[in-house]
Write a protein that binds this ligand. Structure first.
Ligand code: DAH
Length: 342
């Protein structure tokens, strides 16, 4: 065969391919076209390739290159058209309908979210409403209105992250107390969950971002008895009947202040590494709302009193699920999360 004839035959196949492919309207027709054009045994292009040896050695490279070029173009056109017609990639293989399906991937709630929701539920039963506040706060809401004196060393404890002059990432959820008191008249009972930020290094018991839940109850005649009764009730609902204790403490925004411990849930009070052998685990800070906090928020402190608390649901989740290192809560390790997800 001469080169001229060979090239003419390729051109014919090319033209036929074009009309076959563009007029095909089903996967089956395209499969038939594929067989007749590039099929290994009877395809027109394969047949032409077998003719190559009949050309002179000088003509073979050009003829070979051309036939290959057309073959690639035809295969591309077949794939594209198949995609159009069936809406999925041509694999050259049929689908095995008997193959078992892949197990679907089920998401779940993070242990800290589960704990927050459970705490919300208990306080909802006790008449509390959920309130939220911004994570970027002004110094006044985060410190000033909460009775931190300017330059007070207590602010160092919070080792703060500033965004600009007097705006910072809130170091606690307590500013939501102020925002609520400014906007609503007592009686007030709110629960304010949310993230807070500290310039802390990650270690087994610290994280620079963590969740807190603030609680606030303000009305006429509210006393420390209400604080103790409500928080003890909460602990017994959440952990099951358990021992609790209050220890005197200090916060600028409460007077008097107390921290509440529950029996360490990991060792049941016997003493272990997690509770540093004390048998107790601190779950919250609390106290009677300082009169200056009420006044700063525009509430008459002669008429109203209140109590407040702040707790760390991360710590509580660690107690509940027996998690020894806080970093596990941030690792996104599916092997851990799957054990607790609901
Ligand atoms: N805001 C405190 C903190 O982040 C926690 C706290 C303690 C909140 C006592 C309160 C409270 O409302 O009464 O460490």
């Amino acid at each position: 065969m001469t080169l001229q004839e060979f090239l003419e035959r390729i051109a014919e196949v090319e033209a036929r391919a074009e009309s076959l492919i563009s007029s095909a309207s089903s996967a089956a027709e395209l499969e038939a076209a594929r067989t007749s054009l590039v099929g290994r045994k009877s395809g027109a292009l394969s047949a032409l390739m077998k003719e190559l040896p009949s050309l002179t050695p000088q003509d073979r490279p050009e003829a070979g290159a051309r036939v290959n070029q057309v073959k690639v173009a035809v295969e591309d056109a077949l794939d594209t058209r198949t995609l159009d017609v069936t809406g999925r990639q041509a694999t050259g293989q049929s689908v095995d309908l008997t193959m078992p399906a892949r197990r679907s991937w089920k998401g779940g709630k993070h242990p800290v979210t589960l704990v927050i929701e459970e705490i919300e539920e208990i306080f909802r039963e006790l008449g509390f409403t959920i309130a939220l506040g911004p994570e970027a706060e002004t110094e006044w809401y985060n410190f000033g209105a909460l009775n931190f004196p300017a330059e007070h060393p207590a602010m160092d404890l919070h080792d703060t992250l500033y965004l600009e002059d007097s705006v910072l990432l809130r170091t606690h959820t307590s500013p939501v107390q102020i925002r609520t008191l400014q906007n609503f008249k007592p009686p007030i009972r709110i629960l304010a969950p949310g993230n807070v930020y500290r310039r802390d290094f990650f270690d087994a018991s610290h994280a620079p971002v963590f969740a807190q839940i603030e609680g606030l109850s303000v009305d006429e005649g509210v006393s420390f008895v209400d604080l103790k009764a409500t928080l003890t009730r909460f602990a017994n609902r959440f952990f099951g009947t358990t021992r609790t204790r209050f220890r005197p403490s200090y916060f600028p925004f409460t007077e008097p202040s107390a921290e509440m411990d529950v029996e360490c849930q990991i060792c049941k009070g016997r003493g272990c590494a997690t509770c540093k052998n004390t048998g107790w685990s601190e779950i919250l800070g609390s106290g009677m709302v300082h009169p200056s906090v009420l006044e700063a928020s525009g509430v008459d402190s002669e008429r109203y009193t209140g109590w407040a608390f702040g707790m760390g649901p991360g710590r509580i989740a660690m107690q509940r699920f027996g998690i020894p290192d806080i970093r596990i809560l941030y690792d996104s390790d599916m092997r851990f999360l799957e054990q607790l997800a609901e």
